[in-house]
Write a protein that binds this ligand. Structure first.
Ligand code: FES
Ligand code: FES
Length: 157
């Protein structure tokens, strides 16, 4: 076991784990953050996505000891009790069905919008391409991303 320092949702944290422990397990089991989900465990579905320094990262295949920088989970998106525009758009568009994939959808969308604030439909499809939803909520995901993008760029959603 080793002590590993992490910064998660703006707070410093120290955990005592095997260095190879996937970041996902540390977030869920040690830090009790239930946003990131275990889907495939192989880096293929996106359910476990977190942001590290703003980049969408699959936490199921990242050793905790390699997680350097600011980690943001779904729990960290809201600030001062106010939902992030993406979270609000997800509610307004009633995106989730079972909900299992939605952590990855929202955080992948966040990373995409930070780089491409007003994406076209094609850019959304491309940016969200590898984040899987077995309930096929893709159309509502796209609509919610456009709604959030409009809000974030100062327009009425
Ligand atoms: S659980 Fe990590 S990508 Fe599927
Ligand atoms: S809402 Fe069920 S897997 Fe996406």
């Amino acid at each position: 076991m080793s002590k590993i320092d992490l910064k998660v949702n703006r707070h410093p944290q120290t955990v005592d784990v095997e260095p190879s422990t996937p970041l996902l397990y540390v977030l869920r089991n040690d830090l009790h953050l239930q946003g990131p989900k275990f889907g495939c465990g192989m880096g293929q579905c996106g359910a476990c996505t977190v942001l590290i320094n703003g980049e969408a990262v699959r936490s199921c295949i990242l050793p905790a000891s390699a997680a350097r920088g600011e980690i943001t989970t779904l729990e960290g998106l809201a600030q001062n009790g106010k939902l992030h525009p993406l979270q609000q758009a997800w509610i307004d568009e009633q995106v989730p069905q079972c909900g299992f994939c939605q952590n990855g959808q929202i955080l992948t969308a966040k990373a995409m919008l930070d780089k491409t604030p007003n994406p076209t439909d094609a850019q959304i499809r491309e940016g969200m391409n590898n984040t899987l939803c077995r309930c096929m909520s893709y159309y509502r995901i796209q609509t919610a991303i456009k709604r959030a993008a409009k809000k974030m760029s100062g327009g009425a959603a």
